[in-house]
Every structure is written in structure tokens, then in C-alpha cells.
Ligand binder design. Sequence first.
Ligand code: GLN
Length: 286
Amino acid sequence: MTGFNLNKVKRHFTELLSTRFTMREANQLMRILLEDLFGIDLKQELLYPELRIDELQHATLEEAVNKLLKGMPIQYVTGIARFDDLVLHVDESVLIPRPETEGLVNHALKGFPHDRPLRVWDVGTGSGCVAIAVAKRLPQAKVLAFDIDEHALNTARHNAALNQVDVELVRDDVLAPTSEQWHHPVDLVISNPPYVREQERSTMEPTVLDFEPHIALFVPDDDPLRFYRQILQLALPQLTPTGAVWFEINEAMGEEMLQLCQSMDLQGNLYVDFAGKTRFCCVNFS
Ligand code: GLN
């Protein structure tokens, strides 16, 4: 018989993974690898207990397990991340979408009507997760997604196509803007900009530090709110009277965010994420 018995293969690689992960994690990782690499889910395994994989699949699995053992996040290993019921492609040019950011989208869309056209900006779109989730939930909206990085925009473009939504992608540096797209009215601005201070580097997981794009994570210690200030400056002249700006923020910077809003004569409100950490700031005129 050709190929490899799946049960034996699973046992072998799960054992290897358990040198770095707990048994529970190792089992979960194997599940994700089989499903996201080969489309073999638990149901298939149960239906076909004698399932076999071929040489190429075996080699693919071996390579994937080696990457996991080196600390690479599973989403980069498989190239697949899940966000808000979407399946997205990710690579190391973009941050892996976080569950907190699903909370950002939920909050931001709560107050907005679903039946009339809205203009939405996602500033610093990365994989496109926020922009695509918004476009999916508000089919009438015109969604613009900005990013400085060409690779990230290609990934976001691919993801928009994969999820069959229309998102307009704009390459621009929000800190030195040149696009004329910033000069049109907008109803809702959402952004999860870089917000980890350099001084927080030592507290971060090696899997994040070694693999995720630093350009999407870090801000200088002496000006950690630079992106928020700049986005507000760009958005405010264009924001419609009932519009809002929703930010994901550093849990340690809530007070500073409110001060920033106050200094610009704006109303800021803080919200917590699922873990109870101050994670979102809504800014508007009222
Ligand atoms: N929440 C991310 C982290 O802790 C940071 C995301 C960001 O900087 N926007 O790694």
C-alpha cells in the first residue's frame, strides 16, 4: 500500500510537537495542520479510519512541524488565519489578526445603520481583516483600506477577492500622507495602528517578536500616540457629524488617549476587550 497511515503519522508528529507544547496544544496544532493544509477534518478521519496521506503531504507536514518547533505561529505555517467568520491568507508581511480586533469591529459597527451607504476607512489594514469584515457586514458601505506596505496591500487584495468583497486599497504613509483619498467625507474610521512601545519589547512573546512585522507593532517611547494624533488630524475635517473614529489601543495608554482627545476638543470614550483590558477608544464630536 502506498503512502502513510494517517493515525501513525499523527502519533509521530504529535509526539514531536509535545517536546515544545503541552499534549493538548500538540493535538490542537495537528488538527489545524491536517485541516488547513489538506482539508482533513475530524469528520473525515472518523468516516475513513484507514485514511492515508502521500509522500508529498508527509513532507509538507514534516516541514510544518519543524516550523512550529522553531516557534513560528501556526497561522504563518499554514498561511491561514480566521477572523470574524472569515478565512484569510496571512504571511509574515502582515500581523496575524487578533481576537481583540474582532471586538474593535463589533464595537465600531454597533451604532451604524446597515441599510444606507457609508464611507469607511481602515487605516493600517495589514491583512485587510478589519476592512473585509466591515465590507462583509455592511454590503452597502464603500470601504477604503490604507497601508504603507505594498506586500501587506497585496495580501489584503488577495483576501478581499477570497472573501468576495469590494475594498479599495490605497498605498500611503499616514504619517506623511499624499493620497487624495483622505480628502473625501467619511462616516466611520477604524484603525488598529502600531501601539506597542519599544520599552515593552522585553515583555513580548518570542513568537511575536521573531516572526511578526515590527513595522505593524512598534512605536517610539517618546511619541507612542503618533498614529492616533495623525489619524484624527486627517479624519476630523472629513468626518460627518454623526460619524465616529474607533481605535484599538495599548491597554496602558487609555488615560493618555483621553488627554489627546481633549487636547483636540474631542470626546473620547474607552472600552474594554474580552479580557477586561482597556483596548478601544471611540472618538466623536458630541
Ligand atoms: N495587540 C498586538 C500585540 O499585543 C499589537 C497590535 C498593534 O500594535 N496594533 O501583539
